[in-house]
Design a binder for this molecule. Structure first.
Ligand code: FPP
Length: 289
């Protein structure tokens, strides 16, 4: 036997043992995180900027599309975990309007991947009672992709579990502009009094009408940017940025984000409860002097 083959033969059981040990550690980490989660205070809507596919591929000397392909495993795991937890809405940012400027080969490969994913996942979505929807300028996408997306939307329209949104050819600014145009047209047609324009009306004119705003926005790969994602809707979202590249993102990372979210005090522009008490004490102190 060639010495390198011999080495490989010894290395194979070692590698298998190593990966089994890693899987046990990961499962232990997930179990410990699940114990920390308060199921009464889950975020209703989690939105994710999936970033780092290109870097993941570059680290392995692979083409960028290999990173996008590997990212599908992360999508599956996040979808399944969110549905099991009972999250109401999961939104994934898969393709921005700005992404059209990428090389045609990458864009075409991404479109193919998307179509494969949606067609291949339809049975699972139905089995898990997940409702699938899209946001963004879907008509910009190639016709077979548009048809596949519409098929999945129709087939899952009656599902009553989690809503799964994929943002495609999406831009938060364009979405707000589109809403402004629609509102202006309703005013011009005499259907809407300008005095009646308020935040609820704007919200109900966006792609996400009827859905709760994201409570938790996760971004992978360590970048600290919003990248034109759900600009109106994330006004009060808690941000969680992880250095993990998207293809490596797994159940434990989602659970980590939820545990971190639950450790924060959401004030929505108000004050901490403790401060409210001490301000009350200060007021009483002033009145009594
Ligand atoms: C950003 O990483 C990722 C994208 C533009 C595409 C995300 C797509 C997938 C995960 C696969 C398809 C998705 C679904 C929902 C089926 P990047 O390429 O900008 O990474 P980089 O910043 O490291 O270059």
């Amino acid at each position: 036997m060639r010495p390198d083959r011999e080495q490989e033969q010894h290395a194979a059981p070692a590698a298998a043992a190593d990966s089994a040990a890693k899987a046990t550690t990961t499962a232990d980490a997930a179990t410990s995180l699940i114990d920390q989660i308060d199921f009464e205070r889950l975020p209703r809507h989690i939105a994710i900027i999936m970033d780092g596919n290109g870097r993941w591929a570059r680290q392995r000397h692979l083409p960028r599309i290999a990173g996008h392909r590997a990212g599908i495993a992360a999508v599956r795991e996040v979808l399944e975990t969110s549905a099991r937890l009972g999250i109401e809405v999961l939104t994934l940012y898969a393709f921005s309007r700005e992404n059209w400027s990428r090389p045609a080969s990458e864009v075409n490969a991404l479109m193919r991947l998307l179509r494969e994913y949606v067609d291949g996942e339809l049975t699972t979505l139905c089995e898990k009672n997940i409702r699938f929807r899209t946001i963004g300028r879907i008509s910009d996408l190639p016709a077979p992709v548009v048809e596949g997306l519409a098929r999945a939307e129709r087939a899952t329209a009656g599902n009553t579990g989690m809503t799964f949104l994929i943002a495609l050819s999406y831009s938060g600014r364009s979405e707000i502009v589109d809403a402004a145009v629609e509102i202006a047209q309703r005013v011009r047609r005499g259907q809407l009094d300008p005095e009646a324009i308020d935040e609820d009306l704007v919200s109900s004119t966006l792609n996400t009408a009827g859905l709760p705003d994201p409570d938790l926005l996760i971004r992978s790969s360590g970048e600290r940017r919003i990248s034109n994602f759900l600009l109106w809707q994330i006004a009060y979202a808690e941000l969680f940025i992880t250095p993990v590249l998207w293809p490596d993102f797994r159940r434990q990372h989602l659970l980590e984000a939820i545990v971190d979210f639950q450790a924060r005090e959401r004030r929505f522009g108000g004050v901490r409860n403790a401060d409210r008490r001490s301000r009350g004490a200060a007021k009483r102190h002033l009145l009594s002097s």
